[in-house]
Design a binder for this molecule. Structure first.
Ligand code: PRX
Length: 675
């Protein structure tokens, strides 16, 4: 594993150009000293302080005993069918058990109990389709739909513990499907709609899914965009475990039909009974699998279970967004294909009884003010989005959001990558009317819920920093030896104690779970991120220190894209790097060596290779640039020096190349690229 610790691209471009440090060269201390000193701070307003849902007291309480703190939250925030007897069982690390012996139903907690408590008429979801169609579900209506879906899935033979693959756009049926699975104890595995048929098939196979839920398609920038054909292609070859495909009719596109397998949602869910009793499932019963990129070619099926995941999701959603469910309108823009769309769209807001907006489309459809129109229309008060979106809006100009009434917004959140201070300030000034706190939230698919973030009624917020571990979370920054670094220094982000929403493993591969997260530092979870504690002790995230890229807040593996490239007959070798990009944070740049008999047809081969990656993994993984080169820089042991390629991709002077096995390689690359 390479251990480069690099300042995130966008900040690097503005303030700290070229602060790339190779810790293997033992130089990283100095560069961290030079990192930006951020002096701006925004203290919580009187209103926030006065009405904060979570106060400073939670920090002290959790310090007194984390498992006890979480046990209290679990009982406060969830309704248990059977109370648990032990908060945490950590007798077999790294395999944790939270709320041992307890039984709970996620769907009951997200739905039925609110109806039973007289909140049936509260709007759960305001849905805004890309073409402008709208739907609205109250808690009572959503409960009915989920009960119907639960009955329908059961009638198709889906039982507790079975896996269901979900390949759906951002439509209410996605949330309904997830909750219906949770209700009956089936384990959902959502595959983002931007992944290809091949990627879908490998995930179906890995989880041995019995059912696939999909749609004919969706809309993208005003045009229909198909999904069902990818499912058909994925299932074209025998040897899979899928018995049925349930298809939501969304955009009315013609689809191929396999009568032995395919069923319309309206004919199955639509006709099912709306009576369904939710039974409690064990607190450690698997809730979902979500595949994410790692440092090898094979995506990891991250496994989450029920009680701990729901507790930390609900707590953080309340605490970090200062949620007042009676009055707030909450909107998280994340797609349900990513973990943010799981925790902060499908589960936590509903468990907390919130009213939320769900939007199907892109921010520029049919015009670049679409999001702000939605904020104005629904009087959104809490908005949670990603830095890449904010930077895109900055590029489009403030006159677009300025046309809308955004005064309902009272809190803004950020997730997915570091938000550079310029974007943070713009977000606060232009979108937040210079009054909203900004909560930058650090977490991962693996952590299940937010881990580092300010609390809006407590913390003075600081542009660019995710700041402080949440109550009940033991985050630290350590050096190579695993020793905690003092304030003002950088190192590796670790988590020292188990937390309720932690991953319980990698589906079917316990060894990989131990090796990936628990072997770098003894008794600590290693997150894969570099971080710095500033002079105030606030945490700054510095990007991945492994071979994982972050493109528009989405995780992509360099190795996975390299394998896709070399699977093309024209490619002999490939190396992929994430190069700093002003809008997307990082962009995929590939260096390829063509096979001797392949013709370098310039643009044509580049386009073909981009499409090939699109087919193998999905459009989101297509490299922005592909550079055909005669050689790749390697150490004497044969390891590709991606650091040097990154210098080339970012247009920088190439760094120290003395460990190259052939020291003319960088010259050869430079010459070939000048041609
Ligand atoms: O590198 C960190 C970055 O995103 C990675 C996790 O990606 P994923 O599992 O796809 O989850 C994204 C949404 C939770 C982390 O290892 N990351 C996430 N949030 C932040 C961040 N980097 C800096 N600041 C953040 N707020």
């Amino acid at each position: 594993m390479s251990q480069d610790i690099t300042r995130p691209g966008t900040v690097a471009a503005s303030q700290q150009d070229g602060q790339q440090v190779d810790s293997q060269d033992g130089q990283h201390g100095d560069a961290f000293e030079n990192l930006l000193h951020e002096n701006r701070k925004f203290a919580p307003s009187k209103e926030f302080k006065a009405s904060a849902v979570v106060t400073e007291a939670d920090y002290a309480e959790s310090e007194a005993g984390r498992p006890a703190f979480w046990a209290k939250k679990a009982r406060e925030l969830l309704t248990w069918n059977k109370d648990f007897t032990e908060a945490l069982d950590w007798s077999n690390p790294p395999f944790a058990k939270w709320f041992v012996g307890g039984e709970v139903n996620a769907a009951y907690n997200a739905l039925d109990r609110h109806v039973e408590n007289g909140l049936g008429d509260r709007v759960a979801i305001y849905f805004e389709g890309e073409p402008g169609d709208t739907r609205q579900y109250t808690y009572a209506q959503l409960t009915q739909e989920v009960k119907k879906a639960a009955n329908a899935f059961e009638s198709l033979g889906v039982a507790k513990g079975d896996r269901v693959a979900v390949y759906l756009p951002m439509i209410p049926e996605a949330v309904i499907t997830l909750l219906a699975c949770a209700r009956i104890g089936a384990v959902h595995s959502v595959v983002f709609g931007g992944f290809s048929a091949d990627a879908l098939r490998s995930r179906i196979d890995d989880a041995e899914a019995k059912l696939v839920v999909t749609a004919d398609g969706t809309y993208r920038r005003g045009k229909p965009s198909a999904l069902k054909p990818a499912v058909d292609e994925a299932l074209a070859n025998d040897g899979h475990t899928v018995q049925n495909v349930v298809v939501v009719k969304r955009n009315g596109q013609d689809v191929d039909w396999h009568t032995d397998r395919d069923l319309w949602w309206d004919d199955t869910v639509g006709t099912a009974s709306a009576e369904h009793t939710a039974v409690g499932h064990d607190s450690e019963h698997p809730l979902f699998i979500l595949y994410t990129s790692g440092t090898t070619g094979k995506p990891k099926g991250i496994l989450h279970t029920t009680g701990g995941y729901l507790t930390q999701g609900a707590y953080t959603h309340k605490a970090v967004f200062d949620l007042h469910p009676e009055t707030d309108v909450y909107w998280c823009t994340a797609d349900v294909g990513w973990v943010t769309g799981h925790t902060y769209v499908a589960y936590a807001p509903l468990v907390n009884g919130a009213t939320q907006v769900m939007y199907e489309g892109t921010p520029d459809s049919p015009h670049q003010g679409r999001w702000w129109e939605i904020v104005e229309k629904y009087k959104v008060s809490i908005l949670y989005t990603a830095p890449t979106a904010i930077r895109t809006f900055m590029k489009w100009g403030r006159d677009i959001p300025d046309k809308y009434d955004l005064s309902s917004l009272r809190l803004l959140g950020s997730v997915g990558e570091s938000i550079n201070p310029e974007a943070w300030m713009w977000y606060r000034d232009v979108i937040g009317g210079n009054k909203t706190p900004i909560v930058d939230t650090w977490w991962q698919t693996e952590t299940g819920a937010q881990m580092i973030a300010p609390l809006p009624g407590v913390t003075a917020t600081k542009p660019g920093s995710a700041q402080v571990p949440l109550p009940g979370i033991a985050v630290d920054v350590v050096d190579e030896m695993g020793e905690s670094v003092p304030d003002g220094h950088g190192g590796f982000l670790v988590i020292r104690e188990p937390w309720p929403s932690m991953l319980r493993g990698i589906w079917g591969d316990p060894e990989r779970f131990k090796e990936t997260y628990w072997s770098r530092f003894e008794s600590m979870y290693f997150a894969g991120d570099g971080a710095k504690k500033d002079e105030d002790g606030d945490i700054w995230l510095l990007g991945r220190v492994d071979d994982v890229m972050n493109v528009s807040g989405h995780r992509l593996s360099t190795t996975e894209i390299e394998s896709a490239l070399v699977s093309h007959p024209a490619v002999a070798e490939a190396a992929v790097v994430g190069a700093a990009d002003e809008t997307t944070g990082q962009a995929v740049v590939a260096f390829v060596i063509l096979r001797g008999d392949a013709v370098d047809s310039g643009d044509e081969i580049v386009q073909e290779l981009r499409n090939h990656v699109g087919k193998e993994i999905g459009p989101i993984a297509k490299p922005k640039n592909i550079l055909v080169v005669p050689e790749l820089p390697k150490t004497r042991s044969g390891k590709i020096m991606r650091r040097l390629l990154k210098d080339v991709a970012e247009g920088r002077e190439v760094g120290d190349a003395t460990t190259l096995s052939d020291n003319t390689v960088m010259q050869q690359i430079a010459t070939s690229l000048r041609k």
